[in-house]
Design a protein around this ligand. Structure first.
Ligand SMILES: NC(=O)c1ccc[n+]([C@@H]2O[C@H](COP(=O)([O-])OP(=O)(O)OC[C@H]3O[C@@H](n4cnc5c(N)ncnc54)[C@H](OP(=O)(O)O)[C@@H]3O)[C@@H](O)[C@H]2O)c1
Length: 329
């Protein structure tokens, strides 16, 4: 199929380092899909903290340089590989894994990593579904064995993964306690199904949680910043409770004894380590949720591609998340 042009705007990284290594170029070749890939005309791409860890060169998985960052793309199918039967040109789609990078006008992705985007969601919301919702489902249900009727504390509920976790937990019948760092974030958490919300910047908030009648039986904690909170999490859990470590950016000292009397557990979560079967289950649940109307990503900030460096700085260093951050292409 002939393309109107063969060059595109895209972000390129030639060396690992700070935000200055993100270069917006207009002369990047549009990728050509192989037999099993789909070429997507990108409308929006989610910015995830992992994009920054990778760019800085400190992450365990490193792409070959130069590369284009970004995975959580939404847009319209522009071209399909010869063996792709599941999509056709013009389909609205999202993916959480591109092969060529999502901070770009076009991206290729394996057809089996691409999903239909519900008409109920716009493209910016589509860019907020993949990694946040799949991670939330993986953490809550596949690794955390959450059950209806249990209480979950979403420790960091106002960002991309946090809001997704609240919506999933609500839909599956859990009672939700959440934390956020600002009033706007706290309101967002309440609007997304939390029974009670606490401000993790308030120095007494752990005591407030302990005093709250709603928090007497916390079965699961979905933890976004374990290096700060793990010690307190172990004290907050009820008998048999589990802390699911979704995010952590450093070291923390804990007393293992805290786990003994209540037989609590600490479990790490990595969406990257999810099996194909687990990913299929995540997709089935989330696509059904989008159709039913309760998967409703909240996009808090959007940036044009040219402001990619500012966006990446903000997701790590600015305080007060209000949902998901996306780049609009
Ligand atoms: N394991 C995995 O597979 C996986 C997948 C996706 C993401 N992650 C990780 O999960 C974390 C969250 O990702 P995200 O995309 O939701 O990022 P995000 O949108 O930037 O949200 C960050 C969240 O952390 C909260 N936070 C800030 N300080 C906190 C504290 N002291 N205690 C608890 N929460 C605090 C923020 O609240 P305020 O801004 O309101 O203060 C916000 O709710 C990141 O570390 C990310 O790397 C892991």
């Amino acid at each position: 199929m002939l393309k109107v042009k063969n060059m595109m705007r895209a972000v390129r990284v030639y060396e690992f380092g700070g935000p200055e290594v993100l270069k917006v170029q207009t002369d990047v070749p549009i990728p050509v899909p192989n037999d099993h890939q789909v070429l997507i005309r990108v409308n929006a791409c989610g910015v995830n903290p992992v994009d920054i860890y990778i760019r800085s060169g400190t992450y365990t998985r490193q792409p070959t340089l130069p590369y284009t960052p970004g995975e959580d793309v939404s847009g319209v199918v522009y071209e399909v590989g010869k063996k792709v039967t599941s999509f056709k040109r013009g389909d609205r789609v999202f993916t959480l894994k591109t092969d060529s990078g999502g901070y770009a006008e076009y991206a290729v992705a394996a057809a089996d990593s691409v999903f239909p985007l519900s008409d109920k969601l716009d493209f910016k919301q589509g860019a907020a579904v993949g990694i946040p919702y799949f991670t939330a489902y993986h953490a809550l249900f596949q690794k955390g064995s959450a059950n209806a009727g249990e209480t979950v504390l979403v420790h960091g509920a106002s960002g991309g993964v946090g809001v997704a976790t609240c919506q999933l937990a609500k839909a599956y019948g859990l009672k939700i306690l959440g934390t956020a760092g600002t009033e706007a974030g706290m309101n967002l958490v309440l609007r997304n199904g939390a029974y009670a919300v606490f401000n993790h910047n308030d120095e007494n908030y752990i005591a407030q949680i302990k005093r709250s009648a709603a928090a007497q039986d916390i079965n699961i904690i979905i933890e976004m910043l374990a290096d700060v909170n793990l010690d307190n999490d172990l004290k907050l859990l009820s008998s048999g409770g589990r802390v699911m470590i979704v995010g952590s950016r450093g070291l923390i000292q804990i007393n293992p004894r805290e786990t003994m009397a209540k037989e609590t557990s600490i479990r790490g979560v990595s969406l990257f380590s999810a099996t194909k079967e687990e990913m299929k289950q995540c997709a089935a649940a989330i696509l059904a949720g989008a159709e039913a109307g309760w998967v409703k990503p909240f996009v808090g900030c959007e940036y044009p591609l040219e402001k990619v460096a500012e966006a990446q700085q903000d997701i790590i260093y600015s305080r007060g998340a209000t949902g998901k951050m996306v780049l609009v292409v």
